[in-house]
Structures are given as structure tokens and as C-alpha cells.
Design a protein around this ligand. Structure first.
Ligand SMILES: Nc1ncnc2c1ncn2[C@@H]1O[C@H](COP(=O)(O)OP(=O)(O)OP(=O)(O)O)[C@@H](O)[C@H]1O
Ligand SMILES: [Mg+2]
Length: 477
């Protein structure tokens, strides 16, 4: 196991007071005793539901090398079979360590924010930049007040590239996070109605995303989506933040990283792109126009960071769709192939539109249908009704044959959806599930999409499982 921190650097970084026999080195950072590994430092952070100090013993049993605890909890902790590092505030000590990691690093650093596509783009970028050097990146969606500092603290000293996902639900959340990361490139994937309930309007969301520019140094580069309606506002905000290098990606001819042509087949998408004036071709085995946009952003970042753009482009062929983010199950039934697109991880207006467009690109077999199984988009506040009604436009444009729905907010869509496209509205996911099991058949292409709160991930799993039992052959991609 490689050394992440020598104990001296770790103690200096956390500003902690050692109690007990210190290990020589730290091999990893953890805040969850269930996923801790031998040699890790356990930070006893207080989360929304739990206080990490309750799990110090569990961390010791799991092989932690040391626990970082609060001075105020030391007395009540009793005897633990683990050396301790005592600090005044555990989260703050993680931030301080993150700061130390940033200072010692020579990596080229990217920060990604946006209403949607952060994780997808980050994972694509990980694959692309790995062709040019070693890469460190956030785990899953570790993008908040603890996710960002933990990702920094986990950054190996000698890594070539580091990619940070930065998220937000409110204004003023991104500023402190990007100031910890201090990226060379700041990327905004897009701006859309997500968490709109916490904002006056969508321009306020754009302004909050633009906070990411405040962490760029004078020589840093901002990359934004040319096709986003908030382009002008973002450009103005970048200028105000003192950003001199501003580049764009998208379909627009004026974009610095743009598409020239796209050739789609059911298996793959072949793209001719222009990246900073250079013609670059690449192949994607993930579907949807949104994936092409993400790939352009990734190649733009590669080019700005001086990575080998051609190698990055070639590596993109190795990107696979993840569970909940476009993964496909092709299930061969007696009456044809049933295609299930699992896009159920989360939903807001942008990812709903992207998902419906992706379904529109699919050609169902004879007697097959394009089917959208949709659940509420949550946290849209006063805008919810209007934004759910508006879904009718992409449903009609993409010629979706049947829409099945669940959730209170979806009633707004039900009211405006043409009758022939209405498959049913259900009071619960359980009722929806039993209807789907009776209705879906070979030839259909089905997409699942809803906010996390609707619990569509287990729904997809159950539907896929049920049809796989009847299948003669299954291809998961
Ligand atoms: N550029 C894009 N535009 C629209 N939808 C996208 C885009 N990229 C990915 N998606 C879809 O949006 C959903 C969420 O993607 P992803 O997890 O990458 O977003 P995120 O910004 O990381 O979300 P979170 O804020 O929950 O961490 C997925 O279903 C994915 O297929
Ligand atoms: Mg994410």
C-alpha cells in the first residue's frame, strides 16, 4: 500500500495533537467506518444523521491507523485501541489537510460544476486524462462541504491530474469549495432548473454556478457550454471574477470545442470534432447527445491542460454507461428484444430532456414502442407545475409512444399529455411496477427517469430482474 501522508506531514496538515503511539504513515482517508481500510486515518466527522465519534471503536476494529477526534469528545470517548489525533474541529482539520495537499501538489487541477452531468463528465475525464498521466478524482458525487476536502486530502503527492466535482444547493456554497481546490480549469457543464426551489429564478442558479470562477488563478481557464441559454451571463460573471481565458464547447460553430459531424448506430456514436482548431475524431459507446457534449468538454479540458488530446479522444471509446446513468439492458424475450435504459439515478429538467432525446434516437422493433417511465422532478418549488407540464414538448418531439408516471408533481404532465401517449399515472412505485411487468414486451425501448426521492433505482432493478427470468439471452452494456 502506498504512503499518502507521512505522519509528520499529516500532523502538520491537520494541526492536530497526537495522543498515543503514532503510526509512521497514513495510506488513506476515511469518514465512514464501514468502508475503512487498514492504514487509513478515520476523521470522526459529524454528519446530518450521525456523529463519527460514535464509530471510533468500529474504525479501530476495521484497521484504522489513527482517528482524528474533537477535543471536546476526548474525555467521553474512554479507552480506545487506537492512537488519536485531537483537534478543535474535525471537519476543519480535514479542510486544513486538504489545503496542505493542494499546496504540495504539482498536479494540473480541474473543478467541475453544473446542474447536471458533473459525475458523468468527471468519469469520462478520468478515462481520457489517464491516457496522458496519473489521475486522481472525486469518488462518486463527493462534491459538498466534506466531499471536496476529503478528495483533496486523498490526493497523492505525485499525481499528474486531479479532477474535483463541486456541487451546490444554495448560493455561496461553491465559493469556499473552489477556494480549497484552486483549479487551473473551471468547467460548468450546464445551467438548468435543479434545486430551483431554493432560488428566485434560473439566472440566480447561473450566478451561483459562476462562483466557480472565483477560485481560478489569473492564468486559469473557464470552460462553459456554448449552447446554454445562460452563456452571456456566465461570460459576464467570469469577466467580473477576473478570468482572462474563457473557452466554450457545444454544437455552435463559434464554440472552441465543437462537433462537425455525428454518425450514430445502435452500438456506437462516431463523432468528428474540432478541438481548439484541430480535427479530432472519437467513438463513444455511450448514447445520447448529452454524452457528446460531455466528451467535448473533456477534450477541451485535455487541450487546455496540455494533455495529449488525440490519446484522450481514443480513450473515450473505453467509457461505459453506469447504472442509473444510461446503462442498457437488452433482454431477448420470445416476442423480441426488450431494451431497458436505466437513467434512473436522478432527474431535473436538463437530464429529463437529455433522456427523452436519447429515447427519441432509439428505433423500437416492429410492434415495439418508445416508452418513458417518469417520476417527479423534485425541489422545483413554485416552478414545479410549469416545468412538469413542459415535458410534453420533448415527449411529442421525440415521438415517445407511451408515458407511465408516478408522483404528485407528474399530475401536471398528465393533464396536458395527449391521450394516445398516456400509459397511466400510478399512486405508488409498487403499482407502477406491476403494470410495467404486464405491459412491456419484446421490441419496446423503455427509459426510467425520476428524482432520487422517487426510488426508481430499485424499481429498475426489479423490472430488469423480472424480465431477465423470462429471457433467452441478456446483453448488459
Ligand atoms: N450533459 C448532460 N446534460 C443532460 N443530462 C446529462 C448530462 N450528462 C449526464 N446527464 C444525465 O443526468 C443524470 C445525472 O448525471 P450525473 O450524475 O453525471 O449528474 P451530477 O451533476 O453529477 O448530479 P448530482 O448533482 O446528483 O451529483 C444522469 O441520468 C445522466 O444520464
Ligand atoms: Mg454527481
Amino acid at each position: 500500500m502506498s504512503v499518502l501522508w507521512t505522519i509528520d506531514d499529516f500532523l502538520a496538515g491537520t494541526h492536530g495533537r497526537p495522543v498515543g503511539d503514532m503510526p509512521e504513515e497514513i495510506t488513506g482517508i476515511s469518514i465512514d467506518s464501514r468502508t475503512i481500510e487498514k492504514g487509513h486515518a478515520f476523521f470522526a466527522i459529524k454528519g446530518d444523521n450521525f456523529d463519527g465519534h460514535k464509530f471510533v471503536r468500529a474504525a479501530a476494529l476495521a484497521g484504522a491507523a489513527v482517528a482524528i477526534i474533537s477535543e471536546s469528545k476526548l474525555a467521553s470517548l474512554g479507552a480506545v485501541a487506537l492512537p488519536l489525533i485531537v483537534v478543535s474541529d474535525v471537519l476543519e482539520s480535514l479542510e486544513l489537510l486538504g489545503h496542505a495537499a493542494r499546496i504540495r501538489s504539482h498536479a494540473k487541477i480541474v473543478a467541475i460544476t453544473g446542474s447536471v452531468g458533473k459525475t458523468t463528465t468527471k468519469e469520462m475525464m478520468r478515462v481520457a486524462l489517464s491516457a496522458s498521466g496519473t489521475v486522481h478524482a472525486s469518488v462518486a458525487s463527493f462534491n459538498n462541504h466534506w466531499g471536496v476536502p476529503i478528495t483533496l486530502a486523498r490526493m497523492p503527492a505525485d499525481v499528474d491530474y486531479a479532477i474535483f466535482e463541486i456541487g451546490m444547493n444554495h448560493a455561496n456554497e461553491i465559493t469556499p469549495l473552489v477556494n480549497m481546490v484552486r483549479p487551473h480549469v473551471a468547467l460548468i457543464t450546464n445551467v438548468a432548473a435543479a434545486h430551483l426551489g431554493s432560488f428566485k429564478n434560473i439566472s440566480e442558479i447561473a450566478k451561483a454556478k459562476a462562483e466557480i470562477f472565483s477560485g481560478l488563478s489569473a492564468s486559469g481557464t473557464a470552460i462553459i457550454n456554448h449552447d446554454n441559454p445562460h452563456l452571456r451571463l456566465l461570460k459576464m460573471r467570469a469577466k467580473k471574477a477576473g478570468v482572462k481565458n474563457m473557452l466554450t464547447f457545444g454544437d455552435n460553430k463559434k464554440a472552441n470545442f465543437r462537433v462537425r459531424s455525428v454518425k450514430r448506430s445502435p452500438e456506437r456514436t462516431e463523432v468528428e470534432a474540432v478541438i481548439a482548431g484541430e480535427k479530432i475524431d472519437f467513438t463513444l459507446y455511450v448514447n445520447g447527445a448529452h454524452m457528446i457534449a460531455n466528451a467535448l468538454a473533456v477534450l477541451g479540458v485535455s487541450s487546455v491542460l496540455g494533455a495529449d488530446v488525440q490519446k484522450s479522444a481514443t480513450a473515450l471509446a473505453g467509457v461505459a454507461a453506469e447504472q442509473g446513468r444510461g446503462q442498457r439492458h437488452l433482454i431477448k424475450l420470445s416476442n423480441g428484444i426488450l431494451t431497458i435504459i436505466d437513467d434512473a439515478f436522478n432527474a431535473n429538467t436538463a437530464s429529463m430532456e437529455a433522456g427523452l432525446a436519447m429515447l427519441g434516437e432509439c428505433e423500437p422493433a416492429k410492434r415495439g414502442r418508445r416508452i418513458a417511465v417518469l417520476g417527479d422532478m423534485l425541489e422545483l418549488g413554485a416552478f414545479s407545475k410549469e416545468l412538469h407540464e413542459k415535458l410534453v414538448e420533448p415527449i411529442v418531439t421525440n415521438d415517445i409512444d407511451q408515458v407511465f408516471m408516478v408522483g404528485e408533481e407528474m399530475l401536471a404532465l398528465k393533464d396536458v399529455l395527449p391521450n394516445e401517449r398516456f400509459g397511466g399515472h400510478f399512486d405508488s412505485v409498487v403499482e407502477l411496477q406491476s403494470k410495467l411487468l404486464k405491459t412491456l414486451h419484446g421490441g419496446d425501448v423503455v427509459i426510467f427517469k425520476a428524482s432520487k426521492g422517487l426510488k426508481f433505482v430499485p424499481l429498475v432493478e426489479k423490472v430488469v430482474e423480472a424480465f431477465k427470468k423470462k429471457a433467452t439471452e441478456v446483453i448488459d452494456s
